[in-house]
Each structure stands twice: as C-alpha cells, then as structure tokens.
Design a protein around this ligand. Structure first.
Ligand code: ZN
Length: 127
C-alpha cells in the first residue's frame, strides 16, 4: 500500500464580495461603524465608536471602549453606585434604605421631601 501524503496546500482565505462583519446577535445583519452616546445614571459619559447591526439594531462596543467608559464613570464618581438594598416595614408603609454613597452623590439628607411614584418595574424617587 502506497502511503502518500497528499499536500493540498493551504487554501487562501477567500475574500468574499460581501466583505463585512456579520452580526453575532441575529447573524443576519451587517455591522457598520457608528457612534453611540453613553450615559450612566443620567450623566453623559461621552461618545464611543460602536459596530451597529442594520437588521436588529444591536450595537457592539469593543473592549477598549468599554474600558474607557468605565474609566470615565470612575472619574465622575459614578462607578459602583448601584446597590442591592432591602425594603423594611415602618408602620403601615415600607421604607427603602438609600446607601450613603448614593445619598452623598445625590446630596440627599435626612428629612428631605421627595416625590415617589411608580414606573415600569421600578419605583421612582424624584428629588
Ligand atoms: Zn443583528
């Protein structure tokens, strides 16, 4: 038996006519470069480059942009302002503890009047 190693050679990567990045989310759309304005807790963090899908509208930030956004949020003192907190009973009402970090950030003090109203899956406290 002849044991022959057939060398097919490496096939060159095909250059498709549609030289675009496919959307990893819907796998149908085409990604094109765009810009996105980023906000955290209502504060503007700047504009960042993003790859946006023309079909599902999903946008993808690259990891360097994610890092920059995190740095900006830290600079503005917005990083780590989300907390888990417990609802406690006071009389017939319920009370939510506002962590000190948020209170300091929002300049909320003991005794301040606020306006509380329902939102979709949230309770909104307007200062
Ligand atoms: Zn898509």
């Amino acid at each position: 038996m002849k044991h022959e190693k057939i060398s097919k050679g490496f096939s060159k990567p095909k250059k498709s006519k549609n030289n675009f990045l496919k959307c990893p989310s819907c796998e149908k759309g085409k990604l094109s470069k765009g810009k996105i304005k980023k906000y955290l807790y209502g504060e503007y963090l700047g504009e960042y480059p993003v790859e946006k899908c023309n079909k599902c509208g999903e946008s993808f930030l690259d990891s360097s942009a994610v890092k920059k956004i995190e740095e900006k949020a830290k600079q503005k003192g917005l990083w780590g302002l989300g907390f888990e907190t417990k609802i406690t009973k006071t009389g017939n009402s319920l009370a939510v503890r506002i962590p000190k970090k948020i209170a300091d950030h929002m300049k909320v003090k003991d005794g301040k009047s606020v306006y509380v109203h329902p939102g979709k899956n949230r309770i909104i406290i307007d200062l």
